[in-house]
Design a protein around this ligand. Structure first.
Ligand SMILES: Cc1cc2nc3c(=O)[nH]c(=O)nc-3n(C[C@H](O)[C@H](O)[C@H](O)COP(=O)(O)O)c2cc1C
Length: 208
């Protein structure tokens, strides 16, 4: 698939079919992640695949509490969101935070080397590892889209992040930026309606 087509087709999916992803395809997608640029040339990344269903469920059930659609509407109102497309996205997404991790065909924890405290950076360079892993994640999502596989990233809450690292025995000195849930879309899988971006408004020549 052409790169522009993969970019156009990539969209977040939180509803997964039961079709399995071949191991070779997962490897191919992860190989693409390792082609992303990295701050120190070393690509100190690891990808932990959490695909043993029992173990996955045990971990997720300990970490997350379900939120209903009504609860999601309350959250979106508290956040005072007014853009209809943004509200719709959150109202669909919030109640799916558990099911998307539980039902995806490949659940990935990307791990990156982080020497200093991730949440207390002194300068932008302290965040280089964090920035680089997100480039790897985008490569992964685009390569997946080229294979007809889609997914979602979830940012763990602080307590969740610590517990995942502990449960999965992620070594000290490594951090996780997010969960990545991947799979083939379920029939009728929800795709959020996208905002149209006007390039004329967003691109500035010489001065803003
Ligand atoms: C940094 C980042 C954090 C995100 N966090 C979450 C999350 O915690 N849970 C979730 O369901 N989706 C999450 N998403 C997915 C976004 O909701 C989604 O990318 C956005 O609505 C745009 O839609 P699209 O991916 O279909 O283009 C996150 C995406 C990014 C890039």
């Amino acid at each position: 698939m052409d790169i522009y087509q993969a970019i156009d087709e990539r969209q977040t999916i939180r509803d997964f079919s039961s079709r399995q992803i071949p191991d070779e395809t997962i490897k191919k997608i992860l190989r693409s992640a390792f082609k992303a640029p990295s701050n120190n040339h070393l690509r100190n990344w690891h990808f932990l695949l959490l695909n043993d269903r029992e173990r996955r469920l045990e971990i997720i059930n300990k970490l997350l509490k379900p939120i209903s659609r009504k609860g999601a509407i309350g959250i979106v109102n508290r956040w005072q969101l007014i853009d209809d497309k943004q509200r719709d996205m959150y109202i669909d997404a919030i109640p799916k935070q558990i099911s998307m991790l539980r039902d995806c065909q490949c659940l990935i924890l990307p791990c990156f080397r982080q020497e200093a405290d991730l949440l207390k950076p002194n300068n932008l360079s302290d965040l280089n590892g964090f920035a680089s892993i997100w480039l790897a994640i985008e490569n992964l999502l685009l390569a997946a889209a080229a294979e007809g596989i889609f997914g979602v990233t979830r940012i763990p809450f602080e307590e969740e992040r610590a517990k995942i690292k502990n449960a999965c025995q992620i070594p000290a000195g490594y951090e996780i930026p997010c969960w990545i849930a991947l799979g083939y879309p379920a029939e009728g899988a929800r795709r959020a309606s996208q905002l149209e971006i006007d390039l004329v408004e967003r691109i500035h020549n010489d001065t803003w």
